[in-house]
Design a protein around this ligand. Sequence first.
Ligand code: AMP
Length: 282
Amino acid sequence: MPNHKIAKTISCVRDFQNQNPGKSIGFVPTMGYLHEGHLSLVKRAVKENDLVIVSIFVNPKQFNQGNDFINYPRSVKTDLELLSQYPIDLVFMPENNEIYPTDFSSKVKVDKITDYLEGHFRPGHFEGVTTVLAKLFNIARPHRAYFGQKDAQQLIVIKKMVADLNFDIEIIACPTIREKNGLAMSSRNARLSANERDEAKILFQALMKGKESILKGERNSGKIEALIEKTIQESHSAEIEYVSLNDAVNLAPLTEIQGEILISLAVNFGEVRLIDNILLKT
Ligand code: AMP
């Protein structure tokens, strides 16, 4: 079984880099509780780089509700076991005060595209994401960083931050990995009851209905959103936060379907908030 090193401090990551000059580094940032979705990013990073760094850090700044942070699932032992199956080189697992010392006082904020969707419903969320990623990028100094299409808006926001702030990093988008029934894999799925987990498959089915309707020629986004919402409401446990059709590049909400579009949704099952999306070209 391949052995990876564990770094708990930034200076350990620096030592690792100093011992490995001139090698390409692939970076996979995660919040742990790893599943096949995360591992698909790891596999791709292994394929495309000399060295791979995976980080596990549950970033308090990106949780807009305190309970969500406290309830976020964690399992470092299983995560390390899963990662040991891959030839990765370093796992960066910092404590909170390594990333945010008590006098920490900076933030990174991407405007405009964060006004929509998750940014609208989770105020402050993306500021937390971009702040921690700016730090993690400066710590890991990767050539390539890998992100899942599952968090579609996050991917767009990160690409914008990297372009705006001239990070010399290639952002690689990886497809959403799903359970057999279509449910997008997520660390949060572990908090669903067996019944909710089964009902949550409706999200992908609803997205597929929306896609079908567009492929059949429907161009009115209100009608498509209504169709998706009606499908989700067939599940008794589902509480819809939003269903939205947006331009896939600038995330502007659409009334008329045109070009490359993102259909995305956020739905609560009990206390668990799930998101999913598909991309579509018309
Ligand atoms: P997280 O641990 O939730 O912060 O996710 C870490 C990375 O894994 C992010 O880039 C996510 O988009 C990605 N990811 C999470 N779930 C999936 C999935 N089902 N398929 C592909 N990538 C995923």
